[in-house]
Design a protein around this ligand. Sequence first.
Ligand code: ZN
Length: 230
Amino acid sequence: MLKVVNSAIPVACWSCSVKQDEAKLFCPSCSKIQPPPGADYYAVFGLEPKLNLDVAELETEFHRLSRKLHPDRFARASEHEKDWSLADTALLNDAYRALKDPIKRTEYLLQLSGAQIGEQNSGKDRRDPSRAPADLLEEVFDLNMQLEEMRMARASGESDPNLEKSLSEAKAKFEGLLNEVDTDLRTQWTAWDSGEESAQAAAQKSMIALLDRRRYLRNLVRDVTEVLGD
Ligand SMILES: [Zn+2]
């Protein structure tokens, strides 16, 4: 298994002093609230770092923990415990948001395993045509010309039904490609979750490329949607 950067540190409960291998929101021995564990989002839910996860189960656990952290429950607790209930709630919310969304989850786990992903790491402007995936270069070039024509037509109050139709078709095509990317990503999840090191390394590389492609396609779809105004 590729090393997932795990910041969990064995800690002793402040209340009952029982040592835990992994910091949790509540002490498993005495049930007292704990300070926000400096662990990853998976550990907050007591989950293995995997990409295939049961979102319904995650949601149930999120609601269970949210209720346990509710400020009303700490009305008569110490100031520390009150503060922790707020900090733990913030951590729980962040963790839930990151893990419930399949794309955010993929990005998060890749980052956790040390991968550099995202626009800020590509070092290129999103409008830079050289960023287009090689198989789409020509289409992106045509699309950009059509978008420019459409913007000019719009600016001068003209309508161009043929151009509109062609842009709608392009949009549908790119949306279809986005769906393909999502299907491919899910295939890689399973390879990653196998835990086998070489499979994980290959899956990581594929997923980084797929996420780049996805971001690119999403920007294209957004540009076309903006220009079409629907
Ligand atoms: Zn305890």
